[in-house]
Design a protein around this ligand. Structure first.
Ligand code: FAD
Length: 430
């Protein structure tokens, strides 16, 4: 399933409340640079910013606009660590790999906060997120999760059992929850726009409406768009789920997945606070999870569902609103003002894929649903590897990158069957 480019941002609450950004032109001639970055989401812009700070000349090519992809339209939840937890990494890939990844599991979050402070980015950054358990088994899982992260030195977690969880989220759905006081949420489009401005302030160049059509490998590599090309010593591929037909070496071993978000009309402070009293971001522990939070103007921004292959439902509100009403039945009279869809990239082991093709084309992708923090780490590690410090990048690059069973044709139905199985287990609480 391919992802096609629309002419502008998705019609999201984020696009409606984006900070002003300059009109950026398309690439129409030939330019040269040290590093050409393909894709202006968190991965690409984070890499470009770290590289520009290290003194590299950087050109970013974006198919549509900065933040057009998942980065400008996600739940905005700052979730620490990775989509696959550290105990599974220990079990599958050994203690040394788990330690290396564990040492970096909270760094992406720190990078975001450093960026926001250093470049004074106005993106509604708020502290705290909650993992909500829908049954006793999930609550036990959260207890283990707390012990696990504490083993990796992270001590910001607070377990809430039974009724105590209603202190943070006023819903009958949950048997408990785990607060991460060090997590949080933000306006993701404004975060990426702010970092793009920082790239430009350091001399980096960003071209919009410049979809890359191919790369001629070599030293330098040549990156082609419809009307221009970039000669670059190195290339960073950061197109994630939206990349199609540019670098086959990295496109076959992952699966684009769609997920949808709705945003209500403003609820007013009192009604909003009655739902989530301390304003945490919330995600439940189901295999196909719901995730939600309040916006700065007291709307409820509610996401959920996964479409394997990245295809969108025709009526997003009809799919997501019932989920929201299961959590908060009292919102039955509330209007939905925005509904949109986005695509993230799933990998078979739920761990990101980092690597290098032909010696100078680097990539980082496949954060499998939790990418806000890890994309920011990826940008730093790409800059590190380009300045001769390979070790931390290689800790990720050494992870297996396996294709989905069934290949391009059958990976979608096979994954849907797997998801149905886990969803049924969640419903039964087993
Ligand atoms: C609806 C939704 C909700 C989510 N919620 C959360 C959340 O709350 N917390 C969390 O941690 N994660 C969340 N995620 C995941 C997270 O958003 C992603 O993992 C992350 O944004 C990926 O960033 P990226 O820069 O790698 O990719 P993207 O942000 O998708 O950026 C890729 C960019 O590359 C461009 N591009 C692609 N191909 C080309 C080409 N050929 N030429 C030029 N440009 C190209 C695209 O236009 C796009 O702008 C969510 C994802 C979605 C879709």
């Amino acid at each position: 399933m391919s992802v096609s480019f629309e002419p502008d941002h998705a019609a999201s609450w984020y696009a409606a409340t984006a900070n002003p950004a300059p009109e950026r032109s398309a690439l129409e001639d030939e330019v040269s640079c040290d590093v050409c970055v393909v894709g202006a989401g968190f991965t690409g812009i984070s890499a470009a910013l770290h590289l520009a700070e290290c003194g590299f000349s950087v050109v970013v090519l974006e198919a549509v606009k900065v933040g057009y992809g998942a980065s400008g339209r996600n739940g905005g939840q700052i979730v620490n660590s990775y989509s696959r937890d550290l105990d599974v990494i220990e079990e599958k890939y050994g203690a040394e790999t788990a330690r290396a990844l564990g040492d970096m599991a909270f760094e992406g979050n720190r990078i975001i906060r450093e960026r926001v402070a250093k470049y004074a980015i106005d993106c509604d950054l708020r502290n705290g997120n909650l993992f909500a358990a829908c049954n006793q088994k999930q609550l036990e899982g959260l207890r283990e999760h707390q012990a696990l992260w504490e083993r990796y030195g992270y001590r910001e977690l607070e377990l809430l059992e039974g009724e105590a969880v209603t202190r943070e989220v006023n819903s009958r759905r949950y048997t408990g929850g785990l607060v991460d006081h060090g997590g949080g949420h933000l306006h993701p489009l404004n975060l990426v726009l702010g970092q793009a401005a920082a790239v430009e302030s350091l001399g980096g160049r960003i071209f919009e409406y410049s979809p890359v059509t191919g790369v001629t490998h070599g030293e330098p590599a040549v990156v082609h768009t419809a009307k221009g090309r970039v000669r670059a010593e190195r290339v960073v591929m950061a197109g994630n789920a939206y990349l199609k037909g540019v670098l086959p070496e990295i496109e076959g071993k992952s699966m684009p997945c769609g997920t949808q978000i709705i945003t209500t009309e403003p609820l007013g402070e009192e009604r909003a606070r009655a739902l989530i009293p301390n304003g945490l971001a919330v995600e439940d522990c189901n295999y196909l999870l719901d995730y939600y939070r309040l916006t700065r103007d007291n709307r409820l921004l509610y996401g959920g569902g996964v479409n394997y292959g990245g295809s969108d439902p025709t009526d997003i509100t009809a799919v997501i609103r019932p989920k929201m009403l299961t959590t908060f039945p009292e919102l039955d009279d509330v209007k939905v003002d925005y509904a949109w869809s986005g695509t993230f990239l799933m990998t078979l082991n739920r761990l990101p894929q980092f690597g290098v093709v032909n010696g100078n084309v680097y990539y980082a992708q496949g954060y499998s649903g939790h990418g806000v923090t890890c994309t920011h780490l990826a940008g730093r590690l790409i800059a590190e590897v380009m300045t001769g410090r390979e070790e931390r990048f290689d800790a990720f690059a050494g992870l297996p990158q396996l294709p989905f069973p069934g290949g391009r044709l059958l990976r979608v139905p096979l994954s849907a069957i797997g998801a149905w199985y886990y969803q049924t287990r969640d419903k039964l609480g087993v």
